[in-house]
Design a binder for this molecule. Structure first.
Ligand code: SF4
Length: 329
């Protein structure tokens, strides 16, 4: 298409300057500080695309996913679904919007009640949102069971009768019940064996192709994210330090933290040379993040400016941005 006439479509989800700070209380109930779990994160997710979110554990990626859905209330910022700011909705309006956005959890037991038959658990969102009658809800649950690789006879079984990978497929079926356009998948394969991980990833890809659903896919395993994501955001200590199309990020990582993360990913060709970028020190506490660039205490390229000046988000190419003084223009 002639770029002169191309029109940028509205993203499905647009997150702007999202902050989530948790107050820390003393034994007397006084607020003594704040844990800055998410600190000014902005990104978009396009319809039918997968945005992968990576970073070490404790970097704020799960909190970010939950805050977008308002399972945790934000401190400030905006999350616009098809142009509507979810953070400005009242409870009733939010409930209606939630049908479009569902969550797949790391532990499927979070969404499957161990005392309830799995067919009932899959139907439950339809019941809560008063969709259809009993027969229609059961038909939808049966169809979803088939979609995720089970037969109708599994409808009456209990979660404990399934393996971990099977339970995750059931969790996905339940998340699909209301016909969402966005799934927030919070480490959905991290607890599974590698062989089972690929089954669940393949299922998510098939579902995306068939239904055009977008994913926010949260994981710490970069190989998995590379496989499924169109675009990747790298988080460190509550901030998104780099985001780029997947192949561009892997071919040419810019931020020193991204470089160190990617250098630890195994390469399939044993002859391929890659220099491991080792980081010294532990991740600082989000209760007291470093001044200036949050990464400066571990960065091999840190300069004087990094210790006191917060780097701005820099656009550094088509659809790429990075927060680092090395790329300041
Ligand atoms: Fe390293 Fe400085 Fe860039 Fe931060 S701003 S990543 S400390 S070079």
């Amino acid at each position: 298409m002639n770029s002169e006439f191309s029109v940028k479509t509205q993203p499905l989800l647009q997150v702007k300057e999202l902050h989530k700070h948790f107050p820390v209380k003393s034994s007397l109930g006084l607020t003594t500080g704040h844990v800055k779990a998410v600190n000014g994160v902005s990104f978009d997710i396009e319809t039918g695309q997968t945005f992968g979110l990576v970073g070490e554990s404790g970097c704020g990626k799960s909190t970010l996913g939950r805050t977008i859905l308002r399972l945790i209330e934000p401190t400030s910022g905006e999350a616009a679904y098809e142009g509507t700011n979810l953070f400005a909705l009242d409870r009733r309006e939010l409930r209606s919007y939630r049908q479009n956005m569902q969550m797949v959890f790391q532990d499927p037991y979070t969404s499957l009640d161990p005392r309830k038959r799995v067919g009932y658990s899959i139907e439950e969102p339809l019941l809560i949102h008063k969709k259809g009658n009993k027969r229609e809800r059961t038909e939808i649950a049966m169809a979803l069971l088939r979609k995720v690789g089970f037969s109708e006879e599994h409808y009456d079984r209990f979660p404990h009768e399934f393996s971990g990978g099977q339970r995750q497929r059931l969790g996905i079926a339940k998340a699909l019940a209301l016909g969402p356009k966005l799934l927030i998948c919070d480490e959905p394969v991290s607890a599974l064996d590698v062989s089972i991980q690929s089954q669940v990833i393949n299922l998510l890809e098939e579902v995306q192709e068939e239904l055009g659903i977008a994913y926010l896919f949260i994981a710490h395993d970069l190989s998995v994210v590379r496989h499924i994501a169109d675009r990747i955001g790298v988080m460190y200590l509550g901030e998104m330090v780099e985001q780029a199309p997947t192949e561009a990020l892997f071919a040419h990582p810019l931020h020193p933290y991204t470089k160190s993360l990617l250098s630890a990913v195994p390469v399939p060709d044993p002859r391929a040379k890659r220099q491991r970028v080792m980081l010294s020190g532990e991740i600082p506490s989000p209760l007291k993040p470093p001044s200036g660039c949050v990464f400066h205490t571990r960065c091999p390229y840190a300069m004087e400016a990094c210790r006191h000046t917060v780097p701005e988000r820099q656009l550094v190419g088509p659809n790429r941005e990075v927060k680092c003084h090395l790329y300041h223009q």
